[in-house]
Write a protein that binds this ligand. Structure first.
Ligand SMILES: Cc1cc2nc3c(=O)[nH]c(=O)nc-3n(C[C@H](O)[C@H](O)[C@H](O)COP(=O)(O)OP(=O)(O)OC[C@H]3O[C@@H](n4cnc5c(N)ncnc54)[C@H](O)[C@@H]3O)c2cc1C
Length: 417
C-alpha cells in the first residue's frame, strides 16, 4: 500500500466531505447514497455535464438487474423511482444457434418458479436508472455533486486525501473512491496495475419492438461470432445485446436502419412475430479488465474501475453494486466503532470480500465467451450435450438460478431481503 504521492500536508487540511468519489456514472452515485444512510458525506465528481448524463439518449443499455441488486435499490429508496419502468425477468432460455437456422434442440431453461424468492431479476433501461440516481443525489444534503470537471491529480496523506480538478479547484476528504470506469485514472495515479485483454468483439445494442408478447422471458443465443441476448422490457419491446467480431460489428453498425434489421432478422428469428427498431442503435467495444488490487492507501475502487467484464452473463453492474454494498458496510461499521473509515484494515476487509469473487466471475464470463463464441464442431457437440445434461439436474439448475439472482456468497446487509 505504499504510495509515492503520500504527504503529511493533508494532516492539517479541512475535509470537504468524508468521501471523494471520482465518477458519477452508476456505481459512484449508488455508493454516495449508501454512505449517506450511515451519515457519511460524499462529493461525487464527474467529467461530464449533468444534462448530458441525464439525456435519455446518453446510453442505450438496459441492465439485467439481479434480485440482490433490486434489493439494494429498494433499500436506498431508488426502486420506487424506477419500478414502473422495470420488467420482471421470469425465465431465461439459453441455446446454441446459427443465423437463419433457429436454436439447437438442446437448451437450458431457468424458471424463477424453481426458487422461492420471486423473479430472479428485472430489466431496466439505463436512462431510468441514471436519472433516478442523479435526482436522488440532488435531494440528499450529505451529497455534493461536481459536474463537467475532471479529476487530474490526487494526493494521499496519513489522515486524508485530496484531488485537483481540471478547473484548478481542490477538494479534500478522508477516503478516495475510484468509480471512474474501465480506464480508471484513479487506479493509474495510485500505481494500481490491471490484468485484461480485448475480445476483438463489439456489442451492438438496440431496443426492438415485436408483435408478440415476450412473457418476461430472456433469451441468450450463442452464435459462432458471439452471443445474441434478447432481453424483455416493459410492453412488446426487448433490448438486444448482439456481440460480433469488431470488423463485422463496424460493418453492421454503419448500415442504414432498414438494412441493419435485414441482417438482424435471421439471427433474432420469428418467435416474437414481426420486429422493428425502436430508437437509436449503440456500440460498445468489449474487453476484460480487472484491477490487480481494489485498494491502496486511503483508496478503494468500485464498479468497472475495479472490474470490467464481458456482458455475456449481464453481471457487470450487479458486481459493481455488490462492491457498493460491501464497501458501504465496512466503512459504516468502522464509523460506528469510531474508527477511521479509510484505515488499511477497513479497506482490507473490502478487498478480501470482493476481489476474489469478482476475479472469479470475470474469468467465468471470459471462459463462457471463449467456449461459446466459436464454430468448432467438437466444442459445439460438447456444449449441447452439457446443456442437455444440465437441464436434467434440478439441483444444479436451481444453483444457476440463485447465482443469476445474486443470492450466493456472503451477501452485504443492503442486499438482504
Ligand atoms: C453492452 C453492455 C451490456 C451490459 N449489460 C449489463 C447487464 O445486463 N447487467 C449488468 O449488471 N451489467 C451490464 N453491463 C455492465 C455495466 O454497463 C457496467 O458495469 C456499468 O455501466 C459500470 O458503471 P460504473 O459506474 O462503474 O462506470 P461508468 O458507467 O463507466 O462511469 C464512470 C464515470 O466516471 C466518469 N469519469 C471518468 N474519469 C473521470 C475523471 N478523471 N474525473 C471525473 N469523472 C470521471 C465518467 O464520465 C463516467 O460518468 C453491460 C455492459 C455492456 C458494455
Amino acid at each position: 500500500m505504499d504510495n509515492p504521492a503520500c504527504t503529511d500536508i493533508l494532516k492539517v487540511m479541512e475535509h470537504d466531505s468524508d468521501i471523494l468519489i471520482v465518477g458519477g456514472g452508476l456505481n459512484g452515485p449508488a455508493l454516495a447514497l449508501a454512505a449517506a444512510r450511515a451519515g457519511l458525506s460524499s462529493t461525487v465528481i464527474d467529467a461530464l455535464p449533468e444534462p448530458t448524463r441525464k439525456n435519455a439518449a446518453f446510453d442505450g443499455r438496459a441492465y439485467a438487474l439481479a434480485l440482490a441488486s433490486v434489493r439494494l435499490l429498494r433499500n436506498l429508496g431508488l426502486w420506487e423511482r424506477v419500478a414502473e419502468n422495470a420488467q420482471p425477468m421470469l425465465e431465461i432460455k439459453v441455446s446454441d444457434g446459427r443465423a437463419g437456422e433457429g436454436p439447437s434442440p438442446f437448451f437450458l431453461h431457468f424458471d424463477h418458479a424453481e426458487i422461492e424468492e420471486g423473479p430472479m431479476g428485472h430489466m431496466l433501461e439505463d436512462r431510468f436508472l441514471r436519472r433516478a440516481l442523479i435526482e436522488a443525489m440532488s435531494g440528499e444534503p450529505l451529497i455534493a455533486q461536481v459536474s463537467n470537471d475532471m479529476v487530474t491529480a490526487q494526493e494521499m496523506g496519513a489522515t486524508g486525501v485530496s484531488v485537483t480538478l481540471a478547473s484548478g479547484k481542490a477538494l479534500a476528504g478522508r477516503l478516495l473512491v475510484g468509480a471512474d470506469g474501465r480506464g480508471s485514472g484513479t487506479a493509474v495515479r495510485a500505481g494500481i496495475s490491471r490484468t485484461g485483454w480485448g475480445y476483438g468483439q463489439t456489442a451492438l445494442v438496440a431496443a426492438i419492438e415485436h408483435a408478440l408478447p415476450h412473457h418476461g422471458i430472456a433469451h441468450q443465443f450463442f452464435m459462432p461470432s458471439g452471443p445474441l441476448a434478447i432481453l424483455p422490457l416493459p410492453g412488446n419491446v426487448s433490448s438486444i445485446v448482439w456481440s460480433e467480431t469488431d470488423a463485422t460489428a463496424a460493418r453492421f453498425a454503419a448500415l442504414p436502419d432498414a438494412e441493419f434489421m435485414e441482417v438482424l432478422r435471421p439471427r433474432f428469428g420469428d418467435f416474437l412475430g414481426d420486429i422493428k427498431l425502436r430508437g437509436r442503435r449503440y456500440t460498445y467495444p468489449l474487453s476484460l479488465t480487472v484491477a490487480n488490487s481494489f485498494v491502496a492507501l486511503r483508496l478503494a475502487l468500485i464498479g468497472d474501475a475495479a472490474h470490467g467484464m464481458h456482458p455475456i452473463a449481464g453481471q457487470g453492474l450487479n458486481a459493481g453494486l455488490r462492491d457498493v454494498a460491501a464497501l458501504a458496510q465496512v466503512i459504516t461499521e468502522a464509523a460506528r466503532r469510531g474508527e477511521d473509515i479509510a484505515a488499511a484494515d477497513v479497506l482490507g476487509r473490502y478487498q478480501q470480500w470482493r476481489r476474489f469473487d469478482t476475479a472469479t466471475l470475470a474469468m467465468a464470463t471470459d471462459l463462457t465467451n471463449r467456449l461459446f463464441s466459436n464454430d468448432n464442431a467438437f466444442l459445439r457437440a460438447a456444449r449441447d450435450l452439457g446443456m442437455g445434461a444440465l437441464g436434467q439436474l434440478p439441483a444444479l439448475r436451481r444453483g444457476f438460478i440463485r447465482e443469476a439472482a445474486g443470492l450466493t456468497g456472503e451477501l452485504p446487509a443492503l442486499m438482504k431481503g
